[in-house]
Design a protein around this ligand. Sequence first.
Ligand code: ZN
Length: 325
Amino acid sequence: MGVSNSIRTTLGQFWEIIAQEFAKKQGYTVLPKDDFKKAKVLLKDAENIMQECIEKRRNGKKYELKKLSERLDTLYKDKPIDNNIETWESGNGVDLYFKKDKEIWIFDIKTVAINAKNGKTFDAQLIKWLVHQKHQLGDTMYAKDINVGYIFPYNSSANGDITSDSDWNDEYGQRAKPMTEDEIYAADKFWKFITGNENALRLILDGVKNATGDGSIVRRHLDKLMIKKEFAPEELNSIAEDAVKEFANYLFGIEFISKNGKDSIWSHGKNDERCEFKKSMNVICERKTGSSKRTGLEKYVRGFIKCPKCKEELKSNTLNGKRFL
Ligand SMILES: [Zn+2]
């Protein structure tokens, strides 16, 4: 795994962290995303209903997920919970998995502009999430209460307002088909939903901008990524490394000094009391050890509490005793 993987884990997870933090504040139960599993074996009829839905929508026929849910609720009447589950294939899992008041939300976050092929793939995938989740829950929860969708955290097009859901749809709605507005949570639509605040995305973007000084980490690195569709691996690595450096500085208040093979040298502290330590970029952005059950900011902050050398607590100035945003 190269550092290029960290594009997802830094930029993608930046939005993921913010979303999870807001969800917690709004009283959602935020489940670790790895808890969202695939059923090992679907009911044959569920498999058929699922494929029919995917095919019809792919071929431009109207087939709302509401209708799919109704069919699933009929099929799974009197069916028990099925715990025969497995992990989704790489790339098919989700970023956000919330529960509240007997409803479930299942989302994946996409941080780059959607291309022409994505719509069909995404649509089929979210139909699978819905059917697989319903299968596991049997008749303990209605399919209609399982919400699935793709999040495009801001309007990445050069046209229109960066916070506008409708501007996103004007630019990319056609490519997102057969997904419908019901499954697309672009820009302010998602942030309004998760925060209950009409201006949430604007506040988030301003907050990040203020916290990081000259332009936001997220904006600048995403902008670089969106210039081209294809990147050479070295290019991706270099963009990702830049993002990791800034992200680490933002979250932990540490500064990148140099790279030495696999390890990077970081420093923290003030002027004459600076301390340097070694830590690979992958370790910083992929907090695997003991962190899989944590969600939101906690996953990062707790995963990296102390300087490995002087054992001093590492806290970013922007986080120290303050709100994240
Ligand atoms: Zn130290």
